[in-house]
Ligand binder design. Structure first.
Ligand code: ADP
Ligand code: MG
Ligand code: MG
Length: 888
């Protein structure tokens, strides 16, 4: 096994082995772009190290061989005293984790080689600045020294000299600082800063391996759903220097705007600085466009390279570059993160440019992004007090209480408060605060600052670099002119415009929702450009998808919205909602009935109401299938609470005026009380023990269908029996239902073509699906109950109690109620599909749990060959898109 690859040996498709950074450095090298030579230690080596606590035996020799080759090529040795080769040791996992793991620059500098570097560069200040950076970064990330100690010493040095930025410290100051830094290391780490360059390198490599498992890296991976056992590659890259004076510098850039997708010059540049300075917001950067006047030749070359990259990757790329005395070097590229809106726009722009086809365009967006575009926006017409304006870094409308540190953000959000995290700038330690916050506001940093990059990745609203805003973290407040915002005051942050408002600004529906509602069409302004892109992508998805998408809807209003959103029918109409409100009393009568007469009277009263509901529903879904589920929940849900009722009856009895009805009710409630109602008298079991209940519901459906037929409508009702565990249950219910339907057909002189099917939501039903299909014309997988019964836990009880612990321990990557558990619940679905179709080849198959609107689950249902998914009306566009992506 080979553990080390030269940059010339890899390519962009080797991310699993070389990590994203390494694979792309190799790709750029092979494209002939100016990349400083180097090599990559594979993720496999990291895995061995993390599993066994030790690097693979062959690694050291392989690294030596590659280092030798690099030294020959560069004509100098690592840390060579008179002319040192310096390298960076850079982390780089398969998925980018901005700022989460460690990188150490300037490896190879020592008390001896710093002198050689100064002589070679003809710049003493530069050499000592590089050395102090090495000790600082190495001390912090490799030796575990508290980083603040270095920062404080640096601040003190600047203060003593009466300057504010580090470039104003001269060689003598930096020399002194190096001495101090070395003392800090010795004191805090209990060892001296290593002078042997190879030891520096080896320690740094292990530190990068270890950085995979820091708390903040783990938290980030959980948030981004990146698997915890991947590990990281390590890149050894010869150093180039942006801190060699005004004709040097470093920057970051995007090949197009990651917020809007527009083509243009987007990025930040910092003169006379090393890489980390840009992202950390140490000094204020200038917009990349200004590089044209600073160094025209490098600027032109950079623009050409960016074009090459975009055409080559056929996507938006972000890059890191450094200019060393007028020579441009590429240090990183990758397909860049972007906002949800930009993802849709870029996908269609690239189709128009002929770079990608429609199938590929579908892979460039996803349902989570579409869902994000459907969130409400601020109402620009509403009265509001503008606090300030910054860079629109990550869109969305966030309102919350101002907090000025991550600790408070987490604490307050745990107690249910919505908060806006306000910082001068964020750093990786702010991650949990950023996760907790509704939105993020910073007063410094550009589009590529930590806050902007991380917020975009999380899909969280962010405005950064709002410079008029003075953030005072110590006093927990911000000021703009005379206005003071204290911790706890409400602020509104508009990540789409960069505006920040005092107080709570009202929100309006997003243009994308207006479009789905049919209230907005493609046009010219900014919102409409997005709408046009969404429109086109949805058309691609609808063209290729095989899964149909239905809605879970119980009333005509939801059904109509669902239809506007593209629903191709109703997959689940819950009839229990038709038993609530003023009808509850009738249900009580039904439950209390002692005699057939009493029961029939109660059912007769309910029938016309149910029928009227169905008529409306069939009308709004005319021509499309409507699956009506017969009554499912335990009866006690329709009865008064047992404790309340007991108290009421006891009080009445003590007053000697207990009322007959209450007493009967209490008896019934006692009789129906269950320890485990979820596993009790519900679903088909109700239909079997309460005579006439299901017959009444079937009659209401049949009569409603007949009514619609007579009105020249096209009703397509499907009757669904819940919680079936054995085919016998279904057979009994079916026989009765068939009889009722025949009666209604005879009485109305219509042919109804109603179908009867069942939910598959118990393990036994799934296991005997072949038998059940004998009596069922369709299956609808009730994956909520199926998940509960397969796992043996109830969603209402466990999500709050132990799921967090399970997620932390990695037992779940995500809650099985959110994304279908493919190996367990999914395996049952798969085998039930096969068994069902074996019995009845034209069996119609769908799913109606929450999973119907979950992107990953939709792909699974496509793959197992269901006919449709059914989800809540608002998730329908997401399901359509994901069904298209699954098929493309
Ligand atoms: P991250 O993954 O956090 O971006 P990087 O490995 O990209 O970390 O490095 C951090 C910074 O150091 C970046 O700005 C990068 O451009 C810069 N850098 C890394 N290697 C070199 C090098 N060999 N020469 C000059 N700058 C470098
Ligand atoms: Mg980088
Ligand atoms: Mg159910």
């Amino acid at each position: 096994q080979k553990f080390v690859y030269d940059f010339t040996e890899g390519n962009k498709d080797l991310k699993d082995l070389l990590g994203g950074k390494g694979a792309n450095l190799a790709e750029m090298t092979n494209l002939g772009l100016p990349v400083p030579p180097g090599f990559t230690i594979t993720i496999e080596a990291c895995k061995v190290y993390l599993d066994s606590g030790d690097e693979p035996a062959e690694l050291r020799d392989e690294v030596s061989a590659h280092l030798d080759a690099l030294e020959k090529r560069m004509g100098k040795n690592l840390g060579q005293a008179d002319d040192p080769l310096l390298v960076s040791v850079r982390s780089g996992a398969k998925f980018s984790m901005p700022g989460m793991m460690d990188t150490v620059l300037n490896i190879g500098l020592s008390d001896a080689s710093v002198v050689g570097l100064a002589a070679q560069a003809g710049d003493e200040r530069f050499a000592w600045d590089s050395y102090r950076r090495l000790i600082q970064m190495f001390g912090k990330t490799v030796l575990g020294v508290d980083g603040d100690l270095f920062e404080e010493a640096l601040e003190a040095a600047k203060e003593a000299k009466g300057v504010t930025v580090d470039v104003d410290l001269d060689a003598a100051d930096l020399k002194k600082l190096v001495k101090q830094f070395k003392k800090i290391v010795t004191r805090d780490a209990g060892r001296d800063f290593p002078q042997d360059p190879r030891e520096q390198m080896d320690l740094a490599i292990n530190a990068v391996f270890d950085s995979w498992n820091t708390d903040r890296a783990k938290l980030y991976r959980r948030q981004e759903r990146i698997p915890g056992d991947l590990g990281t590659a390590v890149n050894i890259c010869s150093m180039v220097f942006g801190n060699l004076g005004p004709d040097s510098g470093t920057g970051v850039a995007f090949t197009r705007d990651p917020a809007s997708g527009h083509q243009g010059v987007y990025g930040d540049y910092l003169q006379n600085a090393q890489g980390e300075d840009v992202v950390a917001g140490i000094r204020n950067t200038v917009p990349l466009a200004e590089l044209e006047s600073i160094d025209k030749a490098s600027y032109d070359q950079l623009m050409k390279i960016m074009e090459t990259l975009e055409t080559h990757y056929k996507d938006l790329c972000d890059i890191e570059f450094t200019i060393e005395r007028g020579q441009l070097w590429m240090l990183q590229t990758r397909v860049g993160k972007r906002t949800a809106g930009a993802a849709f726009r870029i996908a269609t722009q690239l189709v128009d440019q002929g770079l990608i086809d429609e199938a590929e365009a579908l892979q460039r967006v996803n349902g989570a992004q579409l869902a994000q575009l459907m969130f409400p926006r601020f109402d620009h017409g509403a009265a509001s007090v503008l606090l300030g304006r910054g860079i629109a870094a990550s869109p969305g409308a966030a309102v919350g209480k101002a907090v000025f540190d991550s600790y408070t953000a987490v604490k307050w959000s745990r107690s249910g408060e919505k908060v806006i995290l306000i910082r001068r700038e964020t750093n990786p330690d702010d991650l949990d605060g950023m996760i907790a916050a509704e939105g993020i506001l910073t007063s410094r940093g550009g589009k590529t600052s930590h806050a902007a990059v991380v917020a975009r990745g999380m899909g969280k609203t962010c405005v950064c670099g709002a410079e008029e805003i003075e953030v005072d973290t110590k006093r927990r407040r911000l000021t703009v002119g005379d206005t003071v915002v204290e911790e706890g005051d409400l602020v509104s942050v508009d990540g789409s415009t960069g505006k920040v408002y005092l107080g709570e600004v009202p929100v309006v529906p997003s243009p994308v929702v207006e479009y789905f509602e049919g209230r907005m069409h493609a046009g010219a302004d900014d919102a409409d450009e997005l709408v046009a892109a969404v429109h086109r992508i949805m058309a691609y998805a609808d063209r290729v998808r095989r899964l149909r998408v239905r809605a879970n809807a119980d009333n005509a209003e939801d059904a109509s919205r669902a239809r506007r959103f593209g629903a191709q029918g109703i997959g689940l109409c819950r009839t229990e909602h038709m038993f609530l409100g003023e009808r509850r009393e009738m249900v009580e009568k039904l439950i209390l009935a002692d005699t057939d007469d009493e029961r029939e009277a109660a059912l007769d009263a309910l029938l016309p109401l149910q029928k009227a509901d169905f008529i409306e529903l069939f009308e709004s879904m005319d021509g499309l299938p409507v699956t009506v589920r017969l009554l499912d929940p335990p009866l006690h849900e329709f009865l008064p609470d047992i404790t309340e009722l007991s108290v009421r009856v006891a009080l009445a009895e003590s007053r000697k005026d207990a009322n007959e009805n209450d007493l009967r009710l209490l008896q019934a409630v006692h009789k129906l009380h269950e320890q485990n109602p979820m596993l009790g008298l519900r679903g088909v079991r109700l239909g079997l023990v309460i005579p006439g209940l299901f017959a009444m519901q079937v009659r209401a459906i049949a009569e409603a269908a007949a009514h619609r037929k007579n009105a020249k409508g096209d009703p397509r009702a499907e009757i669904m029996i819940p919680l079936v565990g054995t085919v016998q249950e279904l057979e009994i219910v079916r026989e009765e239902a068939d009889q009722v339907i025949a009666e209604v057909e005879a009485a109305t002189g219509t042919e109804l073509r109603l179908t009867i099917g069942t939910m598959i939501e118990l393990p036994r039903a799934a296991l005997t699906a072949g038998q059940i299909a004998e009596a069922a014309q369709f299956f609808s997988f009730g994956t909520n109950d199926l998940t509960q019964t397969v796992w043996g836990f109830s969603r209402d009880d466990v999500e709050a109690s132990f799921f967090t612990a399970y997620l932390e321990k990695g037992i779940f990557g995500v809650s099985p109620f959110e994304t279908i558990d493919k190996d367990g619940v999914g395996a049952l679905v798969r085998s039930a599909v096969e068994a069902g179709r074996a019995t009845r080849p034209d069996l119609k198959l769908g799913i109606c749990g929450e999973h119907g609107g979950d992107p990953e689950s939709v792909h699974f249902f496509h793959e197992v060959g269901l006919d449709y998914v059914s989800c809540s009306p608002f998730r329908i566009p997401v399901a359509r898109l994901e069904a298209g992506r699954a098929a493309a």
